[in-house]
Ligand binder design. Structure first.
Ligand code: AMP
Ligand code: MG
Length: 320
C-alpha cells in the first residue's frame, strides 16, 4: 500500500508541475489539461488554436466512460451487469458493448489470458486497498470457478449483455483507459485539432505531427520499471495516429513479506502473472486494442505474445 500511496503522491506532484508547465507554454499554443480518471492521471496536450473547448469535450466523454465502467459505482453499467441475474438481458451503453465485443475477441485470441470476467479475482486481491495481503488459496480457488470467458452473451444489435450464470462479474480495467484515449482522439480530431498527445495512465495516443521535433515525430519514452518517473529504457518514434500502451507490474502492486504482488492476474492460476520482464509495451493503430493486447501479452509471455501482436500487425517491447 505504501507503494500505491507513493505513486499517488508522485502523480499529484506531476499534476502540479504540469500545471506550471502549461502556463509557461501558452505562448507556444501548447495546451495541457489533466484529470484523475480510471484511477490514474489522464493528460491531454494539444498544439493549435482554441483547443481548450475540444479538450473539455474529450474529458467530458472520458468522465462519462469512467462512470459507465466504474467497478465501484453501483450506478455504473459494469455494476448493472455484475449485479444482474443469469439469463436476463441487460441494456447497456454502446461504448460498453464495444468494449465487451473487443474483450471477447482478445479473450479468444489469447486463449483466455485476457479475460474481463477476472473480476471475482481482482476484487479478492484488492490492489487498491490499504494494507493488502495475498488472499487465501481457498478463496482464490473459489473465485477461479467464477471466471468464465465464455460466460457473457453480447448482443451488439440489441445492445444487451446476458450472463450465463449469476456469479459472473466483469472488470474493464484492462481495456477502459485505452478505449477512452481513442474516444478522446476521435473528439479532438472531429473538433479540428491536428496535433495532440493523449496519455491516460500509460495509454498513449498520438494525433498528427509533433510540432516540437524537427522530424515531426512523437518521441514516446518507455518508463524503466521501478526507476524514478521519467527515466526511460527506450524511446519510440511515431507519427500520425498511433497508440503506444504499456502494462507493467510497477503500475499497481503491493508488497507482503518481501514479495511483490502486481495487478495483472493470470486467469488460469488466479495469481499475478509470473514473467521475467516487468513491462510490456504494444504499438498499434488504436489504444483499445493495444490496451487489451498489452495485458494479454503480459500473461502469455514473450513467445506467444509476439505471435499475438503480429496477428494484429502490432509491435511489442518487453522491459526487465
Ligand atoms: P492494464 O492496466 O491494462 O495492464 O490492466 C490491468 C488491469 O486489468 C487490472 O488492474 C485489472 O483491473 C484488470 N486485469 C487484471 N488481469 C487481467 C486479465 N488477465 N485480463 C483482463 N483484465 C485483467
Ligand atoms: Mg490493458
Amino acid at each position: 500500500m505504501k507503494n500505491l500511496k507513493l505513486t499517488l503522491s508522485a502523480l499529484i506532484v506531476l499534476a502540479l508541475l504540469s500545471g506550471l508547465f502549461v502556463k509557461s507554454r501558452i505562448g507556444q499554443k501548447e495546451y495541457t489539461q489533466q484529470e484523475f480518471l480510471f484511477d490514474t492521471l489522464c493528460t491531454i496536450t494539444t498544439y493549435s488554436k482554441s483547443d481548450s473547448e475540444a479538450v473539455n469535450m474529450a474529458f467530458n466523454q472520458a468522465t462519462q466512460l469512467h462512470r459507465l465502467a466504474d467497478f465501484f459505482d453501483t450506478a455504473s453499467d459494469v455494476s448493472k451487469i455484475n449485479n444482474a441475474k443469469s439469463n436476463t438481458p441487460i441494456s447497456v451503453d454502446s461504448n460498453i458493448i464495444n468494449m465487451l465485443a473487443l474483450s471477447q475477441e482478445i479473450c479468444q485470441k489469447s486463449k483466455g489470458a485476457f479475460d474481463i470476467t477476472i473480476a471475482p479475482l481482482s476484487r479478492l486481491w484488492q490492489f487498491d486497498s490499504e494494507g493488502s495481503v495475498p488472499p487465501d488459496k481457498d478463496q482464490i480457488n473459489y473465485a477461479l470457478t467464477l471466471v468464465n470467458g465464455d460466460g457473457l452473451i453480447v448482443d451488439t444489435k440489441a445492445m444487451t449483455v446476458t450472463k450465463k450464470s449469476d456469479g459472473i462479474s466483469i472488470d474493464l480495467g484492462g481495456i477502459a483507459k485505452g478505449y477512452a484515449a481513442d474516444k478522446s482522439a476521435e473528439i479532438l480530431k472531429n473538433s479540428g485539432v491536428r496535433s495532440a498527445l493523449i496519455d491516460f495512465g500509460g495509454n498513449i495516443v498520438t494525433l498528427g505531427e509533433n510540432p516540437k521535433t524537427d522530424s515531426k515525430k512523437w518521441r514516446i519514452g518507455l518508463q524503466t520499471p521501478y526507476a524514478p518517473t521519467g527515466e526511460y529504457s527506450k524511446i519510440i518514434d511515431t507519427c500520425g495516429e498511433n497508440a503506444v500502451v504499456t502494462s507493467g507490474t510497477y503500475q499497481r502492486y503491493f508488497e507482503h513479506n518481501g514479495v511483490k504482488y502486481h495487478h495483472i492476474i493470470d486467469p488460469k492460476t488466479g495469481y499475478p502473472a509470473k514473467q521475467s520482464f516487468d513491462s510490456v509495451t504494444v504499438v498499434a493503430p488504436n489504444a483499445a486494442l493495444a490496451d487489451c493486447l498489452a495485458t494479454a501479452i503480459f500473461v502469455i509471455g514473450e513467445n506467444m505474445g509476439k505471435r499475438l501482436a503480429a496477428e494484429y500487425g502490432a509491435e511489442v517491447y518487453f522491459l526487465p
